[in-house]
Design a protein around this ligand. Structure first.
Ligand code: F6R
Length: 233
């Protein structure tokens, strides 16, 4: 595990973007696993600025709120279009985000896992980490969720994500999330963590016991993880 501690969010974003750019240059038809939320926003801006060639890239996103249409401004599909896909030369039909409107979520999850397998797995998975140590929407619990699944969000996740909505009551209570199997099977992992509030949890995740009560701790078992982090604010 490589841990790069930087001075601030801007530097974290630059360092993270360099890692993704290196992957794209080395393997122009990479499968990138992508995250939403505030952690990777600066990195996406950097990637756009770098004018990389995304024409052969495929992406699979970690998660989507269950019940939100792709056109909904709070959906993760909308977020990805806005922050990355509409700003680079990627082919939209090769960008995958779970369908938040799937009538049969179990089927959607199984198909999402199958798709990842058909793509040959994920070359580089970008992750953020929740305040409670979740990765994707794999919330703390008594066991590690394996495959893509419908998850009931933890109260602390709903409270943390309320900042993106008009009020906490508008935050969807459920999401479709990639499981830990797909994440841990990615060939490389890039974890972006910013903010004082996450410092202690990250420290426990990287140095404490591996436990489903802190899902990010599972990353200790992966052979190629880079953590880029800053705790200045
Ligand atoms: C987002 C995701 C989540 C976030 C995490 C951190 O696709 O899967 O695990 O990465 O909740 O969110 P931020 O970056 O907003 O603090």
């Amino acid at each position: 595990m490589r841990v790069i501690k930087t001075e601030n969010y801007e530097e974290t974003s630059r360092r993270a973007a360099e890692i993704v750019a290196e992957q794209i240059r080395r393997k122009p038809d990479s499968v990138l696993g992508l995250a939403t939320g505030s952690s990777p926003v600066g990195m996406y801006d950097e990637l756009v600025r770098m004018e990389l060639d995304f024409s052969a890239i495929t992406t699979v996103n970690l998660d989507e709120y269950y019940g939100l249409a792709p056109e909904n401004e709070q959906s993760y599909r909308y977020f990805m279009n806005q922050h990355l896909f509409d700003r680079v030369n990627i082919h939209k039909e090769r960008t995958y985000v779970p369908n938040g409107l799937a009538a049969d979520p179990e089927k959607e999850c199984a198909e999402y896992d199958r798709r990842i397998e058909e793509l040959g797995g994920i070359d580089l998975q970008v992750l953020g980490m929740g305040l409670n140590g979740h990765i994707g929407f794999n919330e703390p619990g008594d066991s590690f969720p394996v495959g893509t699944h419908l998850v009931t969000l933890a109260d602390s996740t709903i409270a943390a994500n309320a900042r993106f909505f008009n009020s906490e009551s508008e935050v969807p209570r459920q999401a479709l999330s990639m499981g830990l199997k797909q994440i841990i099977c990615a060939r490389k992992i890039l974890l972006i963590v910013h903010g004082k509030a996450k410092e202690e949890t990250l420290n426990k995740a990287l140095n404490g016991p591996v436990t489903p009560h802190l899902p990010a701790s599972l990353l200790q078992l992966h052979p190629d993880v880079t953590v880029v982090c800053s705790f200045n604010e």
